[in-house]
Design a protein around this ligand. Structure first.
Ligand code: XMP
Length: 216
């Protein structure tokens, strides 16, 4: 997976219209976006279909899927039918739940990203003690793509060591949450950035500044 400029834009905006307004200005420098609940709960999965059709970009749906296998299968099926290329899946629910998403993704020619440890402070409370085990589970399952935090680089490094150099690791938490783009890219293949770009008065300049600050 080649992510243009190593930046994935998190489109956590309230309307498809707003997402399109932002993408009209930024799409030349991006080929991958992440769409999550803020947009999909407001506008439906049509927002995924529309962004995909309009820009031909790769769409990662960040639904942090965490249910029983039978329900995970339905969530994944609907997501890929809408045109998503990849789906972010929680690992803490166990191998059978993650496997259900992986199998459904494969059926659709899509991929999953296994979420190991989250980027916010609360992740230290319950998730952190098991996050390396989640990464190990992913390796055992043959999962290629992972999500890890840019806000704790020591942990990101450990995740990278577990999943190996050939796996694909993306990292949220850059910017508003405190993560540094270049430092994160020492361990991650691409960074996820949302508010630092879409809330800026000049999103084009904000994106260009991040691109300028990283070694491509
Ligand atoms: P900001 O605005 O903080 O947006 O740049 C970050 C985006 O990433 C999501 N996020 C995560 N997604 N694991 C994930 O799968 C995480 O640990 C994580 N932390 C933040 C967040 O919802 C937003 O879309």
């Amino acid at each position: 997976m080649e992510v243009k400029n190593k930046i994935i834009l998190a489109l956590d905006v309230p309307t498809t219209r707003k997402a399109i307004e932002i993408m009209d200005n930024l799409s030349d420098n991006l080929n991958t976006v992440k769409i999550g609940y803020p947009l999909v709960l407001a506008e439906g999965l049509e927002s995924v279909t529309r962004i995909k059709e309009e820009y031909g970009c790769r769409v990662i749906c960040d639904f942090k899927v965490a249910d029983i296998p039978a329900t995970n299968e339905k969530i994944a099926d609907a997501t890929f039918k809408a045109g998503a290329d990849a789906l972010i899946v929680h690992g803490f629910v166990g191998e059978d739940s993650a496997a259900s998403c992986l199998e459904t993704a494969t059926k659709h020619g899509g991929e999953i990203f296994l979420l190991t440890e989250m980027s916010h402070p609360g992740a230290a409370q319950f998730l952190q003690p098991v996050s390396m085990d989640i990464a190990r589970m992913g390796v055992k399952m043959g999962i290629h793509n992972y999500v890890g935090p840019s806000t704790r680089l020591d942990r990101l490094k450990k995740i990278r060591n577990i999943i190996g150099e050939d796996s694909f690791l993306i990292s949220p938490g850059v910017g508003v949450q405190g993560g540094d783009p270049q430092d994160t890219l020492e361990f991650a293949n691409a960074i996820i950035v949302g508010r630092s770009i879409y809330l800026d008065n000049d999103p084009v300049n904000a994106l260009n500044s991040i691109i300028d600050s990283i070694e491509l």
